[in-house]
Write a protein that binds this ligand. Structure first.
Ligand SMILES: Nc1ncnc2c1ncn2[C@@H]1O[C@H](COP(=O)(O)OP(=O)(O)OP(=O)(O)O)[C@@H](O)[C@H]1O
Ligand SMILES: [Mg+2]
Length: 265
C-alpha cells in the first residue's frame, strides 16, 4: 500500500478515474489537447478555467457521451477493464445509467421537462432494469428526499419548478443508483445566491454522508473552494495546473491560475 500526498481523504491510492492523452477537435477548434485527469475514490475534483477552455467537453467524455480523437479512460470498478472509449453504444449507455450520474448546467439536457419529477428519477431506475412499480416509486422518493426536494411536489413536472428545484431533480436522478462517479457541470450557475447556497449544502452533505466521488465544473471559485479537495485548472483545452485546493487558492503556480485566483479575491 502506498500513500499519496495528493489525495487528502484517501489511504489507498488506486484512482477511480484515470484519463490520459485525450485530444478532441471540432473542425479547426481544438477543444481538448493532451488532457490527463485522475480522480481518487471519495474525493471531489474541481475544474475551473475560462469559457471555452474545454471543461464541459471533458465532463461529457467522462460521461461517455463523446469519444475523443485519441486518449484513454479507465474506471477502477469491478467487471470493468480497458479503455472505456472503446465500448460500444449499448455498453456505454448501461455503464452511464448504472455507475455514473451527471447534473447538467442546463436542466433541459438532463430532464424530461413535462414528466413528473418522480417519473424523471424513476425513468433512470427503469433504464437500469428495475421494473417493480412500488420499488421505482420508493427509490425515486428516497433520492429526491436525499436531494432535499420537497416531497409534496413529487408529481410536479420540472417545467413548473424553479431553477434550484430543477437542479435537485437532476441531482436525485444522478444519485438514485448510488453512482460511483457524480459529474456536475455548473450545478449552481444561474441560481440566485440563497438558492446556490442551499444546493451547495446538499452537495456537501452528500459528499460527507455518502463519500460520492465527484467532479465539479464551476466558474464560481467560491463553489470550488467550498467543495473541492483538488482543483484542475484548464485553459484553451489544456490542463495548466492541478493541485490541492488550498495550494491552488493560496499559492497558485501557473501565471494563469494566479490571474484567475487574484481576479476573484
Ligand atoms: N459539439 C461541439 N461542436 C463544435 N464545437 C464545440 C462543441 N462542443 C464544444 N465545442 C467547442 O469546444 C471548445 C470547448 O468548449 P466547452 O463547452 O468544453 O468549454 P467550457 O470550458 O465548458 O466553456 P464554458 O465555461 O463557457 O461552459 C469551445 O471552443 C467550443 O466552442
Ligand atoms: Mg461548459
Amino acid at each position: 500500500m502506498t500513500l499519496t500526498l495528493d489525495a487528502p481523504r484517501i489511504v489507498k491510492t488506486a484512482p477511480l478515474v484515470q484519463i490520459r492523452g485525450v485530444n478532441k477537435s471540432y473542425g479547426s477548434v481544438v477543444a481538448l489537447r493532451d488532457v490527463a485527469a485522475t480522480v481518487y475514490p471519495g474525493e471531489v475534483l474541481g475544474i475551473v478555467g475560462e469559457s471555452g477552455s474545454g471543461k464541459s467537453t471533458l465532463l461529457r467524455m467522462m460521461n461517455l457521451e463523446e469519444t475523443p480523437d485519441a486518449g484513454s479512460y479507465t474506471l477502477d470498478l469491478p467487471d470493468l477493464d480497458g479503455n472505456l472509449f472503446d465500448l460500444d453504444r449499448f455498453a456505454r449507455r448501461m455503464l452511464c445509467a448504472t455507475r455514473i450520474g451527471i447534473v447538467y448546467q442546463n436542466p433541459h439536457l438532463g430532464l424530461l421537462m413535462r414528466h413528473s419529477s418522480s417519473g424523471n428519477v424513476a425513468e433512470r431506475l427503469l433504464v437500469a432494469g428495475e421494473r417493480r412499480f412500488a420499488v421505482l416509486r420508493e427509490k425515486a422518493r428516497e433520492a429526491l428526499a436525499a436531494s432535499e426536494f420537497p416531497l409534496e411536489r413529487l408529481d410536479a413536472p420540472p417545467i413548473e419548478l424553479s431553477g434550484g428545484m430543477q437542479q435537485r431533480v437532476q441531482l436525485a436522478k444522478a444519485i438514485a443508483l448510488e453512482p460511483a462517479l457524480l459529474l456536475l457541470d455548473e450545478p449552481t450557475t444561474g441560481l440566485d445566491v440563497s438558492v446556490q447556497a442551499l444546493v451547495l449544502d446538499t452537495l456537501k452533505r452528500l459528499q460527507r454522508d455518502r463519500h460520492i466521488t465527484m467532479v465539479i465544473v464551476s466558474h464560481d471559485l467560491g463553489v470550488i473552494r467550498t467543495l473541492a479537495d483538488r482543483v484542475m485548472v484548464m485553459r484553451r483545452g489544456e490542463v495548466v495546473e492541478v493541485g490541492l485546493a488550498d495550494q491552488i487558492f493560496q499559492d497558485p503556480q501557473h501565471p494563469y491560475t494566479q490571474q484567475l485566483v487574484h481576479a476573484k479575491l
